[in-house]
Design a protein around this ligand. Structure first.
Ligand SMILES: C[S@@+](CC[C@H](N)C(=O)[O-])C[C@H]1O[C@@H](n2cnc3c(N)ncnc32)[C@H](O)[C@@H]1O
Length: 244
């Protein structure tokens, strides 16, 4: 039903944008849109433990309201690390800052959320870990390539990229099955048929999906040698990539 424009994501008829309206509803919306969202975040945070050494630097690319960073603060480790969370939307960053203030961080952890267009970052500092949950689907192909090049050149020898991405199946039958299962998932999340169709339409010109093979090729082109998937549900994948 078309009701309150500012509170109803179903109204989005134009190209999908992460604006203030989306930011305010993000934490609920993301759980209705990404299967196993919380588990996925827990897996990512646990894998991060392998790459966190004392004085590690971590980048969260497309951090939104800071959900992953908060998971990292809850790990039972005693490692000193600094994290930069970047997002282009001011409201997302405000919400992330508000959330992290309420979390009782261990003294050794420093977390800074900053409003930043990641594509405009010239060079990252040397970091042990870059992670990104569903930023890449929204980057054009040349932007993905450029960002991976910058990540690779700033990644410490034994560091890693942990990334959650959405892929396109190369087999049209599987693509069909996964897309339909994804619609079933959204229906189970109590989204209306109208909301589901409108969101899909709004994403038509703002998502740029690649196959798993294309992702691996792009990673290799940018100096990554090792690739392993740690999560898959329909066309959502979580992977780790390392250079050495
Ligand atoms: C699907 S959300 C990410 C979800 C979030 N990582 C999480 O774990 O819940 C994508 C985010 O990427 C941000 N984004 C998209 N393009 C960006 C860019 N060029 N620079 C910085 N942030 C960007 C959007 O504002 C949005 O908050």
């Amino acid at each position: 039903m078309l009701k309150n424009k500012s509170k109803d994501l179903s109204i989005v008829e134009n190209t999908w944008k992460f604006d203030d309206n989306v930011a305010n509803l993000f934490d609920k919306h993301v759980r209705q849109s990404i299967p196993h969202y919380d588990e996925l975040q827990n897996y990512l945070a646990s894998i991060a433990e392998w790459y966190l050494k004392d004085n590690s630097l971590i980048y969260d690319l497309g951090c939104s309201t800071g959900e992953t960073a908060i998971k990292l603060t809850k790990l039972s480790i005693d490692t000193k690390f600094s994290l930069f969370g970047y997002d282009q939307n001011k409201k997302m960053i405000e919400l992330a800052k508000k959330k992290i203030k309420k979390i009782k961080k261990k003294g050794k952890i420093s977390i800074q959320f900053k409003k930043k267009d990641i594509l405009k970052v010239k060079k990252f500092k040397k970091a042990n870990l870059f992670y990104s949950v569903l930023l890449f689907p929204f980057l054009e192909f040349k932007e993905k390539n450029l960002l991976l090049r910058k990540i690779s050149s700033s990644l410490e020898h034994d560091g890693a990229l942990i990334c959650v991405d959405k892929i396109r199946s190369t087999n049209s039958n599987f693509e069909d099955i996964f897309n339909q299962l994804y619609i079933d998932f959204k229906v189970r999340q109590k989204l209306s048929h109208e909301e589901i169709i409108k969101k899909a339409k709004s994403l038509r010109s703002s998502m740029y999906l690649m196959s798993e093979k294309q992702i691996i090729d792009l990673l290799k082109k940018n100096g990554f040698k090792n690739f392993e998937i740690f999560f898959r549900c329909f066309n959502f994948i979580g992977y780790i990539a390392t250079k050495n």
